[in-house]
Design a protein around this ligand. Structure first.
Ligand code: HEC
Ligand code: HEC
Ligand code: HEC
Ligand code: HEC
Ligand code: HEC
Ligand code: HEC
Ligand code: HEC
Ligand code: HEC
Ligand code: HEC
Length: 397
């Protein structure tokens, strides 16, 4: 069959840039396949080389409206049979998810402030999300979302905050993202791409727990799991917040006024005691770990190279990291096992430093002994020379 797209070939020759651009952009897009063509979205008769191609009888639609776009895109992207024929690897069902989202509901109602499919993907220049030039590519998507969500004038009528990007960018997640950590969530890592809706209290924890499985498991074993659910508190977010998740070390456990526990427990006896016990255990372990690091640093300052010290300090760091997750159980007894791991790694580090120090002292002692012997030898030689010299002079006289 002869492939035909008279729409593209005629539009590519038109003088008006607005009429010409779609043909050029389309040629570089994912939709350039002849089985999709311009008629995939606009209908019309792509075999007619005249403006008769704009055939009303063939359903030509020059300006799909905001509420029609998801129906047009979804028409193909929800049709598993059709999609399989052209690209069997593409998932289907984006439109079904999108329609459930607040974006979908608003754009179906014609709200121009909410994105339809084209608002995120473009119209004629739709690319695969893996392309670095796609607006929905992982590297670009936070900018795309914030293009609307940080716009105060656009968002004013909805009464929602406009600080999500600014906060996320500085958060532990934003910083890890910028460093190239492939697992750090950008906006879609928590919200999803097509169901961008406010996660309710239970799915909030789901979003975090998908990546932080261990913390999630510990949280679920704690009295907070039930207690939070009963009171409708947002699980992880109640302590870590959502967009400005701080590095864990910035979240304090304890009974000082700035400790996170005091937001809710300033008068509760049992939680206060748990907070104090946990804080003391963490503080003690961290002090001992700091001691080990300092001992290695001092040794390095003296110019000593300690075999295995780097590895031993890595063990200390790993053990420290592992103990933080257990905080979520709120059970000091369960922390003690992991504190034991820190202490063992600290002891190993200190042993290596001590061994190296002993070796250094031995070496230095050997050096002084050698120096002493050399001095003695020199002295004997000098005496001998003097003696010989005297003898020679006496013999000559
Ligand atoms: C022979 C050249 C030619 C062919 C073939 C052609 N067009 Fe056009 N198209 C034009 C011209 C010229 C205009 C502007 C004048 C008008 O609206 O008729 C236009 C207008 C349009 C517009 C409306 C733009 C606007 O801002 O109002 C759309 C959309 C469009 N064409 C899509 C198509 C599609 C889809 C096909 C194929 C089914 C197609 N064209 C085939 C020449 C052509
Ligand atoms: C993936 C869907 C899709 C495909 C394929 C597609 N278009 Fe469009 N096109 C749209 C949408 C959506 C609009 C926007 C309607 C609006 O905003 O009024 C549009 C608008 C246009 C316009 C008006 C220009 C403008 O900026 O408002 C022209 C002309 C046009 N298309 C021509 C084409 C031609 C020619 C092709 C094939 C080379 C094509 N389109 C393929 C979705 C598509
Ligand atoms: C006529 C059917 C059809 C329509 C209408 C259509 N698409 Fe597609 N789309 C496809 C097919 C088929 C592919 C796969 C092309 C390929 O891989 O060669 C595709 C690919 C894509 C991809 C790339 C997926 C990937 O990972 O490579 C995106 C994104 C996309 N379409 C979005 C849209 C959007 C947004 C609209 C509406 C503006 C739309 N599509 C309208 C059929 C369609
Ligand atoms: C709020 C922005 C946004 C809207 C609106 C949107 N998408 Fe997407 N879409 C994305 C992002 C981001 C991705 C990248 C994949 C991901 O992060 O999961 C994507 C990926 C895709 C893909 C490729 C899927 C894959 O796994 O390769 C297709 C196809 C697609 N979208 C179609 C649509 C269709 C159809 C609509 C409208 C019904 C739509 N999108 C609306 C943001 C959006
Ligand atoms: C074209 C502008 C636009 C783009 C692009 C956009 N949004 Fe939205 N979004 C809106 C509007 C408008 C609302 C509705 C606000 C409301 O009613 O509370 C909204 C609502 C939301 C909500 C629900 C807020 C609430 O309080 O109910 C979330 C979550 C959201 N968007 C996330 C995202 C993410 C993530 C992206 C990027 C993948 C994105 N948005 C891209 C305009 C946009
Ligand atoms: C670490 C997960 C996470 C990331 C990353 C994230 N969000 Fe959110 N976002 C949430 C949660 C959870 C909520 C629900 C609010 C709550 O229950 O406290 C939310 C709420 C929202 C809302 C509703 C209004 C508000 O502020 O409460 C919008 C809009 C939104 N996010 C947009 C974004 C955008 C844009 C990005 C990227 C710059 C982003 N989010 C990144 C988890 C995240
Ligand atoms: C009661 C408050 C609270 C709740 C609820 C909470 N956390 Fe934490 N989280 C903390 C504290 C405190 C620390 C830091 C302990 C330390 O390092 O001193 C922490 C540390 C972390 C860390 C870094 C430590 C590590 O294991 O790498 C992650 C990740 C984390 N939390 C994720 C979560 C997730 C996911 C949830 C929900 C399932 C959650 N948190 C619920 C208080 C909380
Ligand atoms: C898509 C995966 C993903 C999601 C979803 C996610 N995170 Fe993270 N999180 C990460 C990665 C990756 C890091 C960076 C770890 C690093 O820097 O080594 C991180 C870091 C953190 C940290 C700092 C840990 C530290 O060592 O200081 C905390 C706390 C945290 N996340 C809590 C949360 C909370 C709360 C949520 C839900 C609102 C959440 N995360 C959602 C992947 C995720
Ligand atoms: C967002 C509020 C909130 C924060 C922050 C919070 N808690 Fe709780 N905590 C609760 C709720 C609600 C319960 C359940 C109380 C109930 O069911 O009566 C609870 C229960 C407890 C219990 C069990 C008490 C019992 O009677 O068995 C302990 C222990 C506890 N929390 C310790 C902590 C520690 C330690 C921190 C700081 C790391 C902390 N909590 C932070 C709200 C909070």
């Amino acid at each position: 069959m002869e492939a035909m797209n008279t729409c593209a070939s005629c539009h590519a020759t038109l003088n008006d840039a607005k009429l010409r651009a779609p043909a050029r952009e389309f040629g570089g897009s994912v939709h350039r396949d002849d089985r999709i063509g311009c008629v995939g979205c606009h209908n019309g008769d792509a075999r007619d080389p005249t403006v008769g191609a704009h055939s009303k009888a063939a359903g030509f639609d020059p300006h799909p409206t905001h509420s029609q776009v998801p129906v047009i895109c979804g028409g193909c992207h929800s049709d598993a049979g059709f999609m399989r024929r052209i690209n069997g690897r593409l998932p289907v069902g984006q439109a079904a998810l999108f329609n459930l989202s607040l974006h979908g509901k608003l754009s179906a109602a014609g709200d121009p402030n909410a994105p339809d499919c084209s608002g995120c993907h473009g119209k004629h220049d739709v690319l695969s999300p893996t392309s670095p030039r796609s607006p929905v590519n992982r590297a670009n998507v936070a900018r795309l979302c914030s293009g609307c969500h940080s716009e105060e004038t656009r968002m004013a009528k909805y009464g929602i905050r406009t600080d999500q990007f600014a906060k996320w960018e500085k958060s532990a997640h934003g910083v890890a993202f910028k460093k190239g950590n492939p697992n750090a969530p950008t906006c879609t890592g928590c919200h999803g791409a097509h169901a961008s809706a406010p996660p309710d209290a239970s799915s909030v924890a789901h979003a975090c727990g998908r990546c932080h499985e261990e913390e999630m498991a510990f949280f679920e074993q704690s009295p907070h799991s039930q207690g939070f659910r009963k009171r409708g508190l947002a699980q992880c977010v109640a302590c870590h917040s959502n967009h400005d998740v701080a590095p864990a070390s910035a979240i304090l456990v304890g009974t000082t006024p700035d400790a996170s526990c005091m937001k809710c427990h300033s008068h509760d006896e049992k939680p206060r005691k748990a907070a104090d016990d946990i804080a003391a255990l963490l503080r003690g372990a961290r002090e001992r770990a700091a001691e080990a690091r300092a001992a290695v640093a001092r040794a390095r300052d003296r110019g000593q190279h300690i075999t295995g010290a780097g590895l031993a300090l890595d063990h200390v760091a790993t053990a420290e990291m592992k103990v933080r997750g257990v905080v979520h159980t709120l059970d000091p007894a369960r922390m003690e096992a992991r504190i034991g791991e820190i202490d063992r790694a600290v002891a190993e580090t200190l042993r290596l430093v001590a061994d190296a120090e002993r070796a250094r002292l031995l070496e230095r002692r050997g050096y002084y002994v050698a120096l002493g012997l050399a001095g003695l030898l020199l002295l004997t030689l000098t005496l001998k020379v003097v003696q010989l010299d005297r003898r020679r002079r006496r013999g000559g006289a």
